[in-house]
Design a binder for this molecule. Sequence first.
Ligand SMILES: [Fe+2]
Length: 281
Amino acid sequence: MGAEVGVAGVAVPPAAKRRRVVAAKPTAAASGGRRQRPARRPTGVQRLFQACRAVFQGPGTVPAPSEVDLLRAILDRMRPEDVGLSSDMAFFRARDVAQQNPAITHTTIYKSEKFSMVILFLPQNAVIPLHNHPGMTVFSKLLLGSMHIKSYDWADPDPAESGASSPDDQLRLAELVVDDDFTAPCDTSVLYPTAGGNMHRFRAIAPCAILDILGPPYSIEEDRDCTYYTDVPYSEHPVTGTELIGSEQEGRRLAWLKEVDMPRDLKMCPVRYGGPQVSER
Ligand SMILES: [Fe+2]
């Protein structure tokens, strides 16, 4: 007779074996007079926290491919309920297509010098403008909703060696990485310091919750402040749009990026995290 399947799909031994397991349990006397509590399974967010703590080694480091795979696998399985959210919440049911630049809220589950775990809440039509993540590796898991992501990497990480001549000192050539719609549930996306779309823009098609893991977090003191950009497609720039695009640019979707101040209409409001807590023990 094989094992039965319990309520949570967990295999349990047949009845005869179960009795032996019960008889083999240590008595209070054998355990030093203390009654043993059954081990509690860590919550989803606790498992994620422990994996992040093992993976992120601090500024100047990038997780190894096997570590990225581990975190990605955990995040791919994360559900809204793991962080106390539900699609039934009024925020995710609200539709207000008329509102322009609605406020974005964010909440911090955990933050240290090595990594942070945050959730971004974007009402419908909200936009997080094009911005970068200097020296950071970022995992983004769309938990609820639908959004458009557009992201870039620098066409050449070293601008001095770039073959493309900038029509303006303030412009730098970038290559489009992602320009697509995403609807939850979907796979986790990962960006790196110089790859994977380090500069991105989010636009909420429907109210969204995005679980972000940032390693390391932004830090003005450690020269990891956030920079904002505007983008002009290479072919639409009044100067370069008329140039013949060189063979090294064939097949690449290029754009000029220009640094800008943080947009004045960007409203980012912190809120208290109300989901399952993480324990540092
Ligand atoms: Fe970002």
